[in-house]
Design a protein around this ligand. Structure first.
Ligand SMILES: C[S@@+](CC[C@H](N)C(=O)[O-])C[C@H]1O[C@@H](n2cnc3c(N)ncnc32)[C@H](O)[C@@H]1O
Length: 197
């Protein structure tokens, strides 16, 4: 299945992969694909690209895609940082980064996906008004992402009150990490940033 739905190499306008889609969304680090497959099933008029270098996760996601007969998903089975620079600027309406590896030890924090350079890549690919959605159960990662995105200049934080960062991003099934955080009693922080024009 993967060769059929893999994202092609080279510079890419992702909208050409889904000619009849209203918008294209990207999920970075989809794990086993619970959220990606749910979004694809719930939004048949959207084209979804999933990025995940962990091949067992990709395999689990492919099984979901086949079982549900989803025709609106393409997979980049590799690092999102290799894909983002290849995409046409302002070509995505939404980018989801849900429970990225938290790298909780201070000396490992530079490995986190949210940093200034990757926010630049995300800002470049999002269309004006597009959404960057982030979720984590690591309080330090949540606070630093909020600080970095708020002073980046390309994003506006959407929250009006606490319910906005406590409410799950979707009504769908919980991702593996979201379920794990819940059963361990760790609250999740959900952040949604709007790409400024
Ligand atoms: C903690 S898991 C979360 C998985 C899933 N989003 C969830 O909520 O259950 C983080 C995922 O991000 C993936 N990941 C790490 N670095 C990545 C990168 N540079 N590009 C894309 N995915 C990455 C990992 O392989 C892993 O599957």
């Amino acid at each position: 299945v993967l060769p059929r739905i893999a994202v092609p190499d080279g510079p890419l306008d992702p909208r050409t992969l889904f000619p009849s889609a209203r918008e294209v969304w990207l999920e970075i680090g989809f794990g086993a694909g619970e959220h990606l497959a749910h979004q694809a099933a719930r939004n048949p008029d959207i084209g979804l690209i999933g990025c995940e270098p962990y091949i067992a996760g990709v395999a689990a996601c492919l099984a979901r895609i086949v079982d549900a007969g989803l025709g609106n998903v393409r997979i980049h089975a590799d690092d999102a940082r290799a894909l983002l620079p290849r995409l046409t600027p302002a070509s995505l309406a939404r980018i989801d980064l849900l429970f990225p590896d938290p790298w909780p030890k201070p000396r490992h924090r530079k490995r986190r996906l949210v940093d200034r350079a990757n926010l630049d890549l995300i800002a470049r690919c999002l269309a004006p008004g597009g959404l960057f959605r982030f979720a984590t159960d690591d309080p330090d990662y949540a606070a630093r992402t909020l600080a970095l995105a708020s002073r980046h200049g390309a994003f506006a934080w959407e929250a009006a009150g606490p319910a906005d960062w406590r409410r799950p991003a979707d009504a769908g099934p919980l991702s593996r990490c979201e379920a794990k955080a819940g059963s361990a009693g760790r609250p999740t922080v959900y952040l949604a940033f709007r790409r400024l024009p």
